[in-house]
Design a protein. Structure first.
Length: 116
């Protein structure tokens, strides 16, 4: 989307559920917490990783101008904005992510065997 340089904080559904359980079961967790993986990626990196996992090319960009023409200011808010969020409260309370890396999370979620 756009130039692909915008940061994208992501998390696997397995870690979302486990983090919620961790927050309920751990006294050290109090207040708000960011439930995101500890390794944010750029939009371009996300697209390339998803393409590699699916064995599909990821080379057709969606120019910002086209997105803005189609979606108006919603394009900026939803597709072109950037957020590099870290899960500081989760990590400091001892939570260990099952899928800290995007490649492994996508392979798991899309039914591909983990390859290392």
């Amino acid at each position: 989307m756009g130039n692909g340089a915008q940061w994208l904080s992501w998390v696997s559904i397995d870690d979302v559920l486990a983090a919620i359980y961790h927050a309920i079961a751990t006294d050290a967790v109090g207040g708000p917490m960011n439930v995101v993986a500890p390794n944010p990626v750029t939009n371009l990196s996300f697209a390339k990783t998803l393409g590699a996992v699916l064995h599909r090319p990821a080379f057709l960009p969606a120019p910002a101008l086209v997105l803005r023409l189609a979606l108006g200011e919603m394009a900026d808010a939803l597709l072109l904005s950037s957020a590099r969020v870290q899960p500081c409260a989760l990590l400091s309370s001892g939570y260990e992510f099952r899928f800290p890396l995007l490649d492994d999370a996508l392979r798991h979620l899309l039914g591909f065997a983990l390859r290392r």
